[in-house]
Ligand binder design. Structure first.
Ligand code: 2IT
Length: 445
């Protein structure tokens, strides 16, 4: 594979799509060696076929706000690759959403889903709709208008969307209601459903719990554990909540959360009712964490900054892409960080990842660390197919086993000569091989 030629070609075809090009470059750099050792991939043009989505649906979403005014948004679904199973991936509702972001997320999803060991292809979708400050009725009308277009492309054996930033149980409910009406069927077409109508226990906690299980395995390779560790996390949504819950259970102390307005530092630790409060913050449909410091006076609100300046043993970004840069990484390293695990998708910039690698800090990439969310989505699909529900213990045990197996796969392909585990390389190679071999088996299509 000529990496530079492929990247140059892609940059020419998709100028300015920086997140997408960043995600592709990272994967190609780490699989380069494996592709060169397997000429069959090159002759079938596996890489050239893998880096472009199978198709993209882009549509207009018109809806009425509470004043009766017409609002217009853009909606998207990027179906990237279905070599190993139906397209699968979340829907993101955020004003920053554009094709570059959804293509990076869809591309990452291919490898993440492959790592879970479950049969799921990669996709992503969403809209530049901003849920912040919207009423429930406005969110419902938007979701219904969005599904009026999306339903034509999806189905329980074709493409199964779920939540991402801005899409939780409430939005999945509105989307499901409209799909059901249009398609005249009640099937597991979406995951993250309510528990009374096809949802799986542990799905809301799964991304966070899975992230902690993976990081626990990372620490274990050093003979270490979470007990007594100080952890900085970012974000305050579903993912940060699940991470905080599990970290407390394992004896760690969570000292930060964050939003676009800044971060909160709570030296006493975010546990008990304070973790529950994260859900209240999220339900308020506001992008702010400042109220936390008003509610709990031992905490300080630091406006306009990221939590990576706070001294910690372990850092776990849980918010959004490129939220931890080279300077943040240098700060963490200076303060003695022992491990970094991305729970957000591509939470760290390439400069930050390079700094962790150069300093031999164990670094877990998002596609491995946060795969627990989509893994339990896969388990929700299985339960829907069987028309049976598993207990929370059963789902959690399967999630735990999946995260351990992802860690094992990353160790297998990512261990370097000096014993340092390059989890980025390991996860990318393990995720890639399964998809590439499936594409080879299925011919040129
Ligand atoms: O980034 C992700 O893996 C998700 N937003 C979850 C996707 C899913 O289909 O559960």
């Amino acid at each position: 594979m000529n990496l530079n030629n492929i990247m140059n070609d892609l940059e020419k075809k998709h100028p300015g799509e920086s997140e997408y090009l960043q995600a592709v470059r990272e994967v190609l750099e780490s699989i380069n060696e494996v592709v060169n050792e397997n000429p069959q991939f090159d002759s079938a043009k596996i890489i050239e076929r893998l880096v472009e989505p199978d198709r993209i649906l882009m549509f207009k979403v018109s809806w009425l706000d509470d004043n009766g005014d017409v609002q217009v948004n853009l909606g998207y679904r990027v179906q990237f690759n279905n070599a190993i199973g139906p397209y699968k991936g979340g829907l993101r509702l955020h004003p920053s959403v554009n094709l570059s972001i959804l293509k990076f997320l869809g591309f990452e999803q291919i490898f993440k889903n492959s790592l879970t060991t479950l049969p799921m292809g990669g996709a992503k979708g969403g809209s530049d709709f901003n849920p912040k400050g919207k009423s429930d009725n406005e969110i419902m009308r938007f979701c219904q208008a969005f599904m009026l277009e999306l339903w034509k492309l999806i189905g329980p054996e074709t493409d199964v969307p779920a939540g991402d930033i801005g899409v939780g149980g409430k939005e999945i409910g509105y989307l499901f209601g409209m799909y059901k009406k249009l398609a005249r069927e009640n099937t597991g077409v979406l995951t993250g459903k309510g528990l009374g109508w096809g949802g799986s226990l542990v799905r809301p906690e799964a991304t966070g719990f899975g992230g902690v299980y993976f990081t626990k395995e990372m620490l274990k390779t050093k003979g270490d554990s979470f007990e007594g560790k100080t952890v900085t996390i970012s974000g305050f949504g579903n993912v940060a909540w699940g991470v905080a819950l599990k970290l407390n259970e394992l004896g760690a102390k969570v000292v930060t959360i964050s939003g676009p307005d800044g971060y909160v530092y709570d030296p006493e630790g975010i546990s008990g009712e304070k973790v529950d409060y994260l859900l209240e913050l999220r339900a308020s449909n506001q992008d702010i964490v400042a109220p936390y410091a008003e509610e709990f006076p031992e905490a300080t609100f630091v406006p306009g900054k990221h939590p990576w300046e706070v001294k910690c043993d372990i850092a776990m970004p849980c918010a959004t892409q490129n939220e931890l840069n080279g300077e943040d990484a240098a700060n963490l390293i200076k303060n003695g960080v022992q491990a970094v695990a991305e729970v957000s998708n591509m939470g760290c910039t390439p400069e930050a990842v390079k700094a962790f690698h150069n300093n031999k800090i164990p670094f877990g990439p998002g596609k491995a660390v946060n795969a627990g969310g989509v893994a339990v989505s896969g388990l929700e699909m299985t339960q829907n197919s069987m028309k049976l529900n598993w207990s929370a213990e059963e789902v959690d045990a399967k999630l735990h086993q999946i995260m351990t197996s992802i860690h094992e796969a990353a160790v297998k392909y990512g261990t370097e000569e000096d014993g340092y585990i390059n989890y980025v390389k390991g996860a990318n190679i393990a995720g890639f091989l399964k998809v590439a071999n499936a594409m080879l088996d299925q011919g040129v299509i």
